[in-house]
Design a protein around this ligand. Structure first.
Ligand SMILES: [Fe+2]
Ligand SMILES: [Fe+2]
Length: 326
């Protein structure tokens, strides 16, 4: 599973969300809150199998989060409050930003496992089942590689509204909606996001993890393209697609709020000026433009047109975005 880099809203920014309780339509539970310990016979079995899936090196434990990414990835070098902060404060901000994107990657890969399980059960022919079983094995390996960068205590707390939306779709949405939203749009965006992460990672082992994941994600998008059939959408499925896209775009329109939030917390600087210094509006516009392109799958022009009519491709102003964090 890949993802949209929606770390624009921090874990605590949105409305309080509990991981979805109970099972979805076909008994599938997204399970983002499932425990995930490092030790035990099953953990060893998974680790052994994952080693055959691709060669990646484990990071030093615990990882030095402050040193994992270039400042430019989060636009920290643009922010006067960051430049004026002491070394310790700068390290705390870098670590918070790094943990934000790694936690997001962890939960999206964890969601990918449940997605493949549900799609495998819904498949109408044997090749589709094989394809989703193979894709599920990829997601299991991706999850294992990212897990090395997510402390155990952070592996059950998927509070972000974006993760809640993805989990609800996996549990409830019919197959045509899932293929379009998760496999064409989100996996497509994930390709771009993992490419950016690979370029921004300063630790060679982490850069290698992202590059190795990237090799699989292309197949996941191609599988989505092969399965996508716009004629399969019922009226109810169009409505569900429209609602989910609107929620998703709203989360992207607010720009890099998690970075602004981390900066505000550590330096006491004001949110509107931080959002401006981060060029948050331009960053949101760039991501919205990419999403708009991805929405243009065969027979889906109506989706982009409706989002355009609702004004959802326009980024929020710094004042509008900052108001979400207050
Ligand atoms: Fe994927
Ligand atoms: Fe993945």
């Amino acid at each position: 599973m890949a993802f949209p880099g929606s770390s624009s809203v921090s874990r605590a920014d949105g409305p309080p969300n509990e991981p979805a309780a109970g099972a979805g339509r076909d008994g599938v539970k997204a399970g983002l809150d499932l425990p995930h310990p490092d030790d035990g016979s099953l953990a060893r079995l998974v680790a052994g199998r994952v080693r055959r899936h691709g060669k990646v090196t484990s990071p030093p434990r615990p990882p030095n989060f402050a040193a994992l990414f270039a400042d430019e990835f989060f636009s920290l070098q643009r922010v006067p409050a960051f430049a004026g902060a002491g070394e310790e404060t700068q390290a705390a901000i870098r670590a918070a930003c790094a943990q934000g994107v790694l936690d997001e990657a962890y939960f999206i890969e964890k969601s990918g496992l449940a997605y493949c399980a549900r799609m495998l059960l819904l498949a109408e022919d044997t090749q589709t089942r094989q394809a989703f079983a193979l894709m599920g094995a990829d997601e299991a390996a991706h999850l294992a590689w990212i897990t090395a960068y997510v402390p155990e205590a952070r592996r059950t707390d998927a509070a972000h509204p974006f993760l809640k939306l993805v989990a609800e779709l996996i549990e409830q949405a019919p197959s045509p909606v899932l293929v379009y939203l998760l496999q064409l749009i989100l996996e497509g965006w994930g390709l771009a996001h993992y490419r950016d992460l690979a370029a921004a990672a300063r630790e060679p082992a982490l850069a290698h993890v992202f590059k190795t994941i990237l090799k699989d994600e292309g197949m996941h998008v191609r599988l989505g393209a092969a399965l996508h059939d716009p004629r399969k959408f019922s009226d109810a499925e169009r409505t569900l697609t429209r609602d989910a896209l609107a929620q998703f775009l709203t989360l992207v329109r607010c720009g890099p709020l998690s970075v602004a939030g981390a900066l505000a917390q550590a330096t006491g600087a004001e949110l509107v000026s931080l959002h401006e210094a981060l060029a948050g509006e331009a960053e949101a516009a760039r991501k919205l433009g990419l999403l708009r392109q991805l929405m243009r799958a065969e027979g889906m022009d109506w989706a982009g047109a409706e989002m355009q009519a609702l004004g959802l491709f326009a980024p929020m102003t710094p004042a509008q975005a900052a108001a979400l964090l207050r």
